[in-house]
Design a protein around this ligand. Structure first.
Ligand code: NDP
Length: 266
């Protein structure tokens, strides 16, 4: 049987279309089935929920992803929680969030999962390391902190109200920057040899109307001090998609009571 991933897009902005196309392309490249559902931006909640219900019961579909953000008239929590939690390959369903928060087996949010895989690959064991997560969103910061805690790091989460962020960061063996502020983390904040994971994706003007993508970390300065650092673009982004595909394989294995690869879960 072939794992199948359904991606639902309910808007027509170019950025979301690029993301969805890229996910579909990579799903097919690894030999899985990709099902794209594009709905107009004015789609009603009832119509969207009917499609999700249909995908929930479709045995060829093992993973369902609703591309966020949704248009304002749609309630994201209602829509995400309508997805069968076993097919929630984004890991945003309240059941998966609760399972992760209580240290149980969950479908993991793809971005923090990808960060964790890189850190495990780099260190082997994360036990006892000091980790600082910058940002406390439900999709990145909080699940990242929970995953690091599960791997026995000592975790500090900082946010927009935190005092002395540079001082807190300077004590960290691992820094995960997920705040969405271009070049916020300075090179001199980094402890020599620390590992820096830059989740941020920010588009900035570089003059002459030309823009470029940068992360939340001043990469050029930080790379001279860090032991390891992820670039933007090219670091966390590709890992996020890899973990989406891994979650789809895991969902397929669970649906068919097949043994799961421990490498593909946490
Ligand atoms: P959110 O805007 O939902 O959350 C940002 C968090 O950062 C909040 O907790 C906020 O604090 C905190 N924050 C904002 N400004 C500061 C500041 N000056 N100092 C300290 N903390 C601050 O963002 P997301 O978590 O969704 O995304 C974060 C970044 O990661 C974005 O650039 C996004 O594009 C990128 N991203 C990248 C992905 C990838 O695949 N590479 C996937 C998902 C996101 P408070 O709670 O107090 O407001």
């Amino acid at each position: 049987m072939t794992p199948g991933l359904a991606v639902v897009l309910v808007r027509d902005d170019p950025a979301s279309q690029v993301y969805v196309r890229s996910k579909g392309k990579q799903t097919v490249e690894v030999g899985m089935n990709s099902y794209e559902h594009k709905l107009p931006a004015h789609t009603t909640e009832a119509k969207l929920l009917a499609l999700i219900n249909q995908l929930n019961t479709d045995s060829a579909v093992h993973g369902i992803l609703v591309q966020l953000p949704l248009p304002e008239h749609l309630d994201e929590a209602v829509v995400i929680n309508a997805i069968d939690s076993a097919k929630d390959v984004d890991g945003f369903h309240i059941s998966n969030a609760g399972l992760l928060a209580t240290g149980q087996q969950a479908m993991l949010p793809c971005t923090p999962f990808g960060c964790l895989m890189m850190l495990r690959e780099h260190y082997g064991s994360l036990s006892g390391l000091n980790a600082v997560v910058i940002g406390r969103s439900n999709i990145v910061g909080k699940p990242m902190a929970q995953l690091l805690l599960k791997d026995s790091c000592t975790v500090t989460v900082v946010h927009s109200r935190t005092r002395n962020i540079p001082e807190i960061v300077s004590g960290a063996d691992i820094v995960v920057a997920a705040l969405g502020q271009p070049l916020f983390v300075k090179g001199e904040w980094i402890k020599p040899g620390a590992t820096v994971i830059d989740v941020g994706i920010n588009r900035i003007e570089q003059g002459d109307g030309i823009t470029r993508l940068v992360g939340d970390v001043d990469y050029e300065a930080a790379k001279k001090i860090a032991g390891a650092i992820t670039p933007v673009p090219g670091g966390v982004g590709p890992m996020t998609i890899a973990c989406l595909l891994a979650n789809t394989v895991t969902a397929c294995c669970r649906a068919h009571s097949l043994p799961e690869s421990s490498f593909l879960s946490a």
